[in-house]
Write a protein that binds this ligand. Structure first.
Ligand SMILES: [Fe+2]
Ligand SMILES: [Fe+2]
Length: 167
């Protein structure tokens, strides 16, 4: 049996990839004065961990590596959104595809992860049991609206906001 650290090998390759590092630096710079939720490593790992917990609790059977890869990549297009106005779910797909191929994910895995990245803002997938639905829920669930000083002016709908700790 492989050790757990070995199963996260490709996830750590994503983290170290120059394109991922560069995109995250661009996002950090663009968000330095942002008063609303940021798209930093804390958000990405919160999303990954919530998704993995739900995966275990509901026996969804998804691999830890796939979940963490999708979470680390889902907002990677944010820098292009700030710089060029391209919605980040679209902009992130190209970047994520290159990074996934460079880090050893096969075609089927790339397809699942890229689909989840592309649809992580699509309400239509929120009840799905697959990776896309799981990413949608954990991404939204990661935000601490109940503790936010700017919740009153945040553009999120009241229904989407987390008003209490759920897990
Ligand atoms: Fe996003
Ligand atoms: Fe996100």
């Amino acid at each position: 049996m492989r050790k757990e650290t070995e199963t996260m090998h490709r996830v750590n390759r994503i983290f170290r990839h120059p394109l991922w590092q560069g995109a995250m630096a661009q996002i950090e710079e663009a968000e330095k004065d942002r008063i609303y939720c940021r798209h930093d490593l804390t958000h990405l790992l919160d999303t990954a961990r919530l998704a993995y917990i739900e995966n275990l609790e509901k026996n969804l059977g998804l691999s830890k590596e796939l979940i963490y890869a999708a979470a680390l990549l889902h907002d990677i297009g944010r820098g292009l959104e700030y710089a060029q106005g391209i919605p980040h779910d679209e902009a992130g797909r190209g970047l994520a595809g290159t990074i996934l191929r460079d880090t050893g994910f096969c075609d089927a895995e790339c397809k699942d992860i890229l689909q989840a990245v592309s649809s992580h803002r699509s309400k239509g997938c929120q009840s799905e049991r697959g990776l896309a639905g799981l990413l949608y829920r954990s991404d939204k669930g990661s935000r601490n609206c109940f503790y936010c000083k700017h919740e009153d002016t945040c553009k999120w709908s009241e229904e989407k906001k987390n008003k209490e700790i759920k897990g």
